[in-house]
Write a protein that binds this ligand. Structure first.
Ligand SMILES: [Zn+2]
Length: 188
């Protein structure tokens, strides 16, 4: 019973987040917005981040170099493996110890994983900021600013709250705020 109450609560919270997002951005969420409301389905719905491919600037190259130099991919993957192991243990414990059906165990896992996903996004964001700081040091303020404009032009805008729940990348507004100490938008 508790499981289904929590799932209804999840749907209600996600509807509220979605409505808030539509109001703030004035953009339609499309079919993905509906899919994001459905438990389990929302675990696999992709979130489009860009409307076009941003050009590869020196800043972007140095940003990627920063990820490599700081071993970000390895750390991210280690964290994923750790989460996966805990998830398998959790499923096994639910089924064997608490006699839950497999389907119910998966639903519980889905709920329990929500704060972990949030934490994972936060961790990815800190990596992105670190890679930005690395690139900023390499190319300087002028090029960083120009690159932020280019990135902003291709980015689909999301609010900070929405991005923190659904995105592994911070928005360009947050990134430019962090390195340039001001929000950079598209030039239009
Ligand atoms: Zn990155």
């Amino acid at each position: 019973m508790l499981l289904y109450i929590l799932l209804c609560l999840e749907i209600a919270v996600r509807i509220a987040i979605e409505v808030r997002e539509r109001r703030l951005t004035q953009l339609h969420g499309g079919v993905f917005a509906v899919l994001r409301l459905i438990p389990l389905v929302n675990d696999i719905v992709p979130l489009p981040e860009n409307s076009c491919d941003p050009p590869t600037s020196l800043f972007v190259e140095k940003h990627e170099e920063g990820h490599n130099a700081l071993h970000h991919a390895v750390l991210r993957n280690l964290m994923k493996v750790a989460f996966l192991l805990v998830a398998v243990w959790f499923l096994a414990a639910m089924v064997v110890r608490w006699n839950a059906s497999f389907f119910e165990a998966v639903l519980w896992l889905h709920l329990v994983a929500i704060p972990f996903k949030y934490f994972f996004n936060w961790y990815c964001w800190t990596q992105e900021y670190e890679a930005d700081a690395y690139a900023f040091k390499e190319v300087g303020q002028q090029k960083a600013k120009a690159a932020m404009h280019e990135l902003a032009e291709c980015e689909i805008p999301y609010s900070k709250l929405f991005a923190s729940i659904y995105r592994e990348h911070p928005t360009v507004a947050l990134r430019s705020q962090r390195i340039l100490k001001k929000v950079v938008g598209s030039r239009q």
